[in-house]
Design a protein around this ligand. Structure first.
Ligand code: FES
Ligand SMILES: [Fe+2]
Length: 413
């Protein structure tokens, strides 16, 4: 990978324990590098199986300059293709979501089946070789209904380890039997790494997220005991132990797995107790949907959280799922795509109220967006210099940045 010498120097000289230098948040060259090395060669979370429940259902997603179409084929497999016609290259699917029998290019009607095979065109002559003009496929990783894509020719093989570790945690929540009842696309005016860094700590939660902290304990999000809060953290640990024993006895895996750095496909999970009624991430911590997921009868399953490098986090509760993907737009703007899922048989107005279901994370996303924007403005100032991480609350931010810098270093010539 070719990079300029100042950027190479920045990548090699990164100081552990400190925020990244400003160009990582502002420079066009580093944004291009991120789109090539990070978003072009890793497993990127893009959506859920219920986005495309029927054959022919599709959604599109932009990864840098690439547009990808993710489609359900006739055999119910999830496939992904570059959204580019093999004739003169027009973009094929121009809506975010839709449903088709075949994929027909709007320009000259070249027609592809749902396996990407070119099956029809006109005026190309008798000897035209259809077999050489299939859509270019993109790798799909399906983790219990969470859909990841990878643009690399050889995708990172350790996705399989993540799948093996995570399926027992996620599968009981039955994603395939859910429906997406809300998607919120929200643009944060900041570099995508600021979005991720902000997600990887809850140092900011108590003072910025009144709605979210109605139900969550910030200690579950990377806190280490400090002299100031050793007792509270200890109390939370004891609560975790009690609840984990109860959940594990019911067949729900709950223990923390922390594999965020030192590997290509980094991830972390833990099932975390919730405050108050302990049922769901809502204002009163009670379920937002009366029809529970899967075959659950216990409302009090806390929140199973799952974080992946480089672009996602997810919360699975007894009654609903909230899932987030981070999609860079340019060096200073990032799309955060949030989806809320409930059981497919749940009825709006009877089992759930959409405003109540979505209010906590809609508010939290807006608050996080404001924090990211402030961070971006600070990083753009000539006075910015990387500051130190809190050893008690920001270890997971550091792991994200360590993972990121490791991945760039591994790609240097
Ligand atoms: S560009 Fe697609 S059919 Fe011509
Ligand atoms: Fe936040």
């Amino acid at each position: 990978m070719k990079v300029s010498s100042p950027v190479r120097e920045l990548i090699l000289a990164r100081q552990p324990g400190y925020n990244l230098p400003a160009p990582f948040y502002t420079a066009a060259e580093i944004y291009d590098l991120d789109m090539d090395v990070i978003f072009g060669r890793h497993w990127i979370y893009v959506g859920v199986e219920p986005d495309i429940p029927e054959p022919g259902d599709y959604f599109t997603v932009k990864l840098g300059r690439a547009s990808i179409v993710v489609v359900r084929d006739d055999d119910m497999n999830v496939r992904a293709f570059h959204n580019v016609c093999r004739h003169r290259g027009a973009q094929l699917c121009n809506e975010h979501k839709g449903s088709v029998g075949n994929i027909v290019c709007p320009y000259h009607q070249w027609t592809y089946d749902l396996s990407g095979k070119l099956i029809h065109n006109e005026h190309m002559g008798q000897d035209f070789d259809f077999s050489r003009h299939s859509l270019k496929s993109v790798h799909v990783g399906n983790l219990a209904g969470l859909i990841f894509v990878c643009l690399a020719e050889q995708p990172p093989a350790d996705f399989e380890e993540m799948r093996a570790a995570m399926e027992p945690y996620i599968a009981p929540h039955g994603i395939a039997d859910c429906k997406v009842v809300m998607q919120d696309d929200f643009v944060e005016a900041g570099n995508w790494k600021l979005t991720l860094e902000n997600n990887r700590e809850c140092y900011h939660c108590v003072s910025n997220h009144p709605e979210l902290t109605s139900s969550i304990y910030e200690y579950g999000f990377g806190y280490q005991p400090s002299p100031a809060n050793a007792e509270a953290v200890q109390g939370f640990q004891e609560l975790i132990e009690r609840e984990h024993a109860r959940w594990e006895a019911a067949g729900l895996k709950s223990a923390e797995i922390e594999m965020l750095d030192g590997r290509v496909t980094g991830f972390r999970t833990q099932r975390l107790p919730l405050d108050k009624a302990g049922e769901s991430q809502t204002m009163d911590a009670r379920v937002a949907c009366e029809k529970l997921l899967a075959n659950f009868t216990d409302r009090k399953l806390g929140g199973l959280s799952f974080w992946t490098q480089p672009n996602s986090w997810h919360h699975f509760m007894s009654d609903h799922i909230v899932t987030f993907s981070v999609l860079p737009i340019d060096a200073e703007n990032t799309l955060v795509r949030t989806k809320w899922l409930v059981h497919k048989d749940a009825v709006e107005g009877r089992d759930y109220d959409l405003a109540r279901l979505t209010e906590v994370w809609k508010a939290t996303n807006r608050q996080d967006g404001a924090l990211v924007e402030m961070s971006q403005r600070g990083a753009a100032s000539p006075a910015y210099e990387p500051g130190p991480y809190s050893p008690y609350t920001e270890a997971l931010v550091e792991k994200f940045c360590n993972w990121y810098v490791e991945r760039l270093r591994a790609a240097l010539d």
